[in-house]
Write a protein that binds this ligand. Structure first.
Ligand SMILES: [Cu+2]
Length: 361
């Protein structure tokens, strides 16, 4: 309380001094003259506009050079290429327009600076000029928006065409679990109310649902290259967001409902590892890791690229580490891996007297 009062007194004293200074200034009749900018002041300000323009351009070029490498590499999904192209075109248009308009803005600021005895021209309007500067942005923006809407609709259209692989992504604080539909490619019913920790039924699968028996639950997501995947997202506790940056995919996981996203992986993990941008990034990262190991004494293993599923909603204290590795591989490799996984029936329903235990065998 004393601190608060002291602060309040200090602030009030400061305001009082400020007001006193103002009154003192006003009482000096000659002061007014010094407040008017001279021609040389205006000229100097005009030059400073040019200096600022050079600064803007300079920092733009610097950012491209210095931070360009932090952008995501080539997209690993079919729709990602289209998405990146749309973004590239938008950026190029914005870049060109801003480069030109900034130059004009600063140049005219300099050209029409204040001059002694010069009065500003009163210019009410010019229909033709207004028409031009309205119609050009209208056409460009309408084009971009329509193209964007078309792309968005295509990306967000989750359908069952082309025999997609059905995968559930299950989010909880703070990890991911994936579930495949199994041999029938149909996910069994599930609900958080059916979670049975004693039986390790962590996803709350409905044991009486015959579709659930052959479901495969994993902690590392494997996807065959070139096959469409339909993801069904669930959350156990709070809002999470399934974010797969290399596939340009993100979808919220909302407790109590199933959200969806669909994409087709087009490059295997191996192919992605030989992508020049990725190789460069791996080299850079491992250099930093090697330096850190040297300095701290703690040995850090070299990192290699993997696709990743991250959580992109701040969902709690370990949100930053909520991730799952994704492996994109050839169809044969995928089938081989899938053979080694056990089904829900094998892991959970096995010891149960439930008559549906044998379903799906
Ligand atoms: Cu999360």
């Amino acid at each position: 309380m004393t601190t608060f009062l002291t602060l309040a007194v200090l602030v009030l004293v400061a305001i009082a001094i400020w007001q006193l200074t103002k009154i003192f200034e006003l009482s000096q009749l000659k002061t007014a003259k010094y407040q008017i900018a001279t021609d040389s002041d205006n000229k100097n300000n005009g030059y400073m506009l040019f200096a600022f323009l050079v600064f803007i351009y300079g920092i733009t070029i610097f950012s491209f050079w210095k931070y360009g490498k932090f952008l995501l590499p080539e997209a690993g999904s079919a729709h990602g290429e289209e998405y990146d192209y749309l973004m590239l075109v938008s950026f190029i248009i914005i870049f060109i327009v801003q480069t030109i308009t900034q130059a004009l803005l600063h140049y005219f600021g300099y050209k029409y600076r204040g001059k002694e005895g010069q009065k500003a021209l009163f210019y009410a309007d010019n229909d033709r000029l207004e028409f031009i500067w309205t119609i050009i942005p209208v056409i460009v923006l309408a084009g971009l928006i329509l193209w964007g809407l078309y792309t968005w609709t295509n990306i967000m259209d989750v359908n069952d065409e082309d025999d997609p692989l059905i995968v559930e992504l299950y989010a909880q604080q703070f990890n991911w679990t994936a579930r495949y539909g199994g041999a029938d490619n149909v996910l069994g019913g599930a609900n958080v109310r059916m979670i049975d920790i004693d039986k390790a039924n962590v996803l709350g699968l409905d044991e009486s649902d015959s579709y659930a028996a052959d479901d495969v639950i994993v902690k590392e997501l494997h996807l065959p290259v070139g096959r469409k995947v339909n993801f069904k997202m669930r959350s156990q506790d709070v809002l999470h967001s399934a974010y797969m940056p290399h596939f340009r995919a993100q979808m919220n996981c909302v407790p109590g409902m199933i959200t969806q996203f669909s994409f087709t992986p087009i490059h295997t993990t191996e192919e992605m590892r030989s992508n020049p941008d990725i190789m460069e990034k791996v080299k850079r990262t491992n250099k930093i890791r090697a330096e850190k190991s040297e300095n701290s004494g703690e040995v850090l293993d070299p990192w290699q690229f993997d696709y990743i599923l991250l959580c992109n909603k701040i969902c709690g204290k370990s949100h930053y580490n909520m991730q799952m590795k994704i492996v994109v591989e050839t169809e044969e490799e995928y089938n081989e891996w899938m053979k080694g996984q056990s089904t829900f029936a094998e892991t959970v329903m096995k010891d149960d007297s439930n008559p549906t235990a044998s379903v799906g065998e």
